[in-house]
Each structure stands twice: as C-alpha cells, then as structure tokens.
Design a protein around this ligand. Structure first.
Ligand SMILES: [Zn+2]
Length: 440
C-alpha cells in the first residue's frame, strides 16, 4: 500500500555515524533524506525528536510456536510483540509441532508470516523432527528461501551428524545455527551447576556442557569450511573461544540473549520458574563478560530467544517447568542499558540489533529476494526498503506482563523499569506502530 510518511526531527543512525535529518518514505522505500525537509502534502508526520531513527531490528531467534503451540503464541501475536519491540523481521525457530523440517510446514509458516505485521522467515531444522539423526531436506527448504538451519531447543548431539550437515550446508551456502549444550553433560539439569544449585538442591547444567559443544563445532566448522552461527552463548569461555576462532579465520558468528547479560543465577533462588531457561542463567562474572563482549564488538548480535509458554507448562515446580522466557518487547531497552545507557553508541546498538543479524539471516538487499520479503538492516539510503524504527533512548517505562502483545506472560522482567522506548515501527513502508500503539 502506498503510504506517504515523514519522520521528522530525529537523529538518524547511519552505518558511519549519526546525523540530524528528516526522512520521507514513499511507495515502500526511503524517498528522501535531508535536513529540514518540507512536509509533503498528505504525509503522515512521525515525531522523532529526542529519538534515534535506524533500520528496523531483526531477531535471529524467536519461537513463534505455530504450528502446534498456538496457546502460547502464534505467528501473528509473535509478530505483534516484535513490532512493539521495534523489530521489522524475525527468524522463526523450527521447534514447532510438527517441526519445520519439510517444505509444506516451511511454506505454511512463510504464508502465516506474509499475513503478519512484519517479515517472518522460518529457520529450517537440521535433522528430521530435530531428532539429531537423519538430515532434513535442506536443499528443498533452501529453494523456498530458507538459509538458516538449526535444531534449536536441542543441539545436534552427535559430531558425525553435525559434520555431515555442515558439508551439505556449505555446498548450498547455508548457515547452521547451534544450540550449544551437550546433553550427556547437561541432561536432567534445570539451572546453572554451581554452589547455588547444590544449596537449592537443583540439578545443574554446567558451563562445560555449552563450552564442549562450542569447541567441537568450531573445530568442525574449521574442518568443513561451513558457516556456523552459535545461538545464545552464556559463558565467558564460550566468547573467548569464538574470539580465537574468528582470529583463525573460521566462518563463525555468535549471538547472546538479553537475559544472559542482565540476569544472574541468583534469580533462581526463589525457585521461580520464570527464571528457568536453557542454557541457564550463569554467575555474575559470565554476565559481566557478555555485556563487555557486546561493548567490545566481540559478539555479532543480540537475539531474544523469545520463548513464550502457556501457564500449564510454565507455572510448575522449577525442575518440571518448561525452560524459556519472553524477549521481543524488552530487548531494546536491556541492550541499551548494557551498552551504557546514556553513553551507548547508537551505531553499535543498531549493529547488534539490526545490521549484523540481518546479514547473518541473509535479509539484506540482494539476498532478501530469496524469500520474497523486503530488505532489512541496510544503511539508511534513498531507494532502500523502508524497514525502520524510531526509538527514544531517554524515556523509561515499567514492564507489565499484562500489557504485552505476546499471548504469553512469562517475562522475567515484570515490574522492572526499563529505559528506552520504541516509538514508531515502519515495515516495508507501512506504519505499523505509531507512538507505541498499533495502527491496525
Ligand atoms: Zn536454544
């Protein structure tokens, strides 16, 4: 639809730095960028004063639960949560029921995405039913435009299966994304393995369970030359290994989730299942190392691991509750805080939340046509697809679990004051969030 929009008075965040400019959006693309532009007749004017204007956020890691888990979330509700969080595109994780391991299921999720408020691209499963045995038909799924494959929820446990998948993925120019936890080390655990887990009498998932798989997969990536993405890293040691691997020229990227750089294992002390997640919340030194890694550009992306759950599975004793927490509506403010709040570098913030994840998901200009979607995460330039967000870094708000757009309520941040508010979200040239409110 042909909307005419003017974004006025904001600080535009380009790849190279910031500038005070106005933007005019027409026919789905950025039509003009300049200082004090005159308002075109009939334009919807968006106030961007005191705000940053940048490319819409891209989440590499959203569990949208459809098909099969519609009581917790649907593609439509997850997309709405994304728009409220400043996202213009989401990668939908394939641990649905059935899993996204076949063309009909992938085509169904793509179709649901087309009818949602933002761009949704499914990740494909690496193995059939995510069972870690037989390879999924990655070639057929790639023909639909899928480029990102993972068995997330579970890592691929057997090295031989992962190696074969990497060889296959390399030939097709696909990226394999791994949930790094060796279940022979982590299985049965429900929080970080530590003095605290012993005191609480809860079985632990040790750091080594993650680090052993990170080490293994970095070796396999080097050996095969495949492109590897490491999901939700949670320890300092994992980061160190990624840094060393990059220095060796291994094709690896890594993400961290906001809960891993904002919450420590101490949150589990009250046995509240809202704080149960895999990999688990770690100790303070790991949490600090991840926040530091973001600031030092050692981590490529912030990804939410948005994991909605219905109360029937989440409101249970800690060791029985299903792992995972919501993330889409709180990620921006938490990332801003980790980058230094008032002192945060907006260029770095947009790298972590938009530019790098768009590149990793192959959603940038040139690649995005594979999916029939618009381009995300590019530099602000005339003629580029208008996927944009206007964020106010100085306004605070209080998280209220009952006010979320997600169907689920399992946020660990209920009642927390978060600085940094999403003001407007524009997806493919259409205004979908205006001053924090949905337009439709
Ligand atoms: Zn995972």
């Amino acid at each position: 639809m042909a909307e005419l929009i003017m974004i006025q008075g904001g600080t535009a965040v380009f790849d190279s730095g910031t500038r005070q400019v106005d933007l005019i959006i027409r026919d789905g693309v950025i039509a003009e960028i300049g200082e004090r532009l005159s308002v075109p007749a009939g334009a919807e004017v968006l106030n961007a004063e005191q705000a940053w204007v940048g490319p819409g956020f891209v989440d590499l890691h959203a569990h949208l639960r459809e098909p099969g888990g519609e009581a917790a979330e649907t593609v439509a509700s997850g997309a709405a949560a994304g728009v409220k969080g400043g996202y213009s595109a989401l990668v939908a994780m394939p641990n649905t029921v059935p899993a996204i391991d076949s063309v009909p299921v992938a085509a169904h999720v793509l179709d649901l995405g087309r009818r949602s408020m933002l761009d949704v691209v499914p990740a494909g499963a690496i193995t059939i039913d995510r069972a870690g045995e037989r390879s999924a038909p990655m070639g057929e799924l790639a023909a639909l435009g899928l480029t990102f494959f993972t068995d997330d929820g579970m890592g691929v446990q057997r090295a031989g299966v992962m190696r074969r998948a990497m060889l296959y993925a390399k030939g097709l120019r696909l990226t394999l994304a791994q949930h790094c936890e060796d279940e022979s080390l982590a299985g049965g655990g429900c929080m970080n393995a530590s003095a605290l887990s012993s005191r609480l009498g809860l079985a632990g998932r040790p750091a080594i369970a993650e680090e052993a798989m990170v080490a293994r997969d970095l070796l396999l990536a080097e050996h095969t030359g495949a492109s590897l993405h490491l999901l939700h890293l949670s320890t300092a040691r994992s980061l160190e290994m990624v840094k060393a691997a990059k220095a060796r020229g291994i094709a690896v990227t890594a993400e961290v989730a906001p809960h891993h750089f904002t919450l420590t294992e101490a949150c589990c002390e009250g046995y509240d299942p809202l704080f149960k997640v895999h990999p688990p919340l770690r100790g303070a030194s790991d949490v600090q190392a991840l926040a530091q890694g973001l600031r030092m550009r050692e981590i490529d992306a912030v990804a939410t691991d948005h994991a909605p759950h219905a109360p029937e599975t989440k409101d249970r004793p800690f060791d029985e509750a299903t792992p995972g927490m919501l993330g889409l509506e709180t990620a921006f403010g938490l990332t801003l805080e980790a980058l230094g709040g008032d002192d945060a570098d907006p260029v770095l913030l947009f790298e972590l939340l938009s530019r790098n994840p768009a590149r990793i998901a192959k959603l940038t200009a040139g690649d995005e046509r594979r999916h029939g979607l618009s381009a995300h995460g590019g530099d602000l330039s005339v003629g580029s697809d208008a996927n944009l967000v206007v964020v106010d870094p100085s306004t605070s708000w209080v998280v209220d679990r009952n006010q979320l757009a997600s169907l689920a309520r399992n946020t660990p941040y209920d009642g927390r004051t978060i600085r940094g508010r999403i003001r407007h979200t524009v997806v493919a040239g259409s205004l979908v969030l205006n001053d924090g409110e949905f337009t439709r």
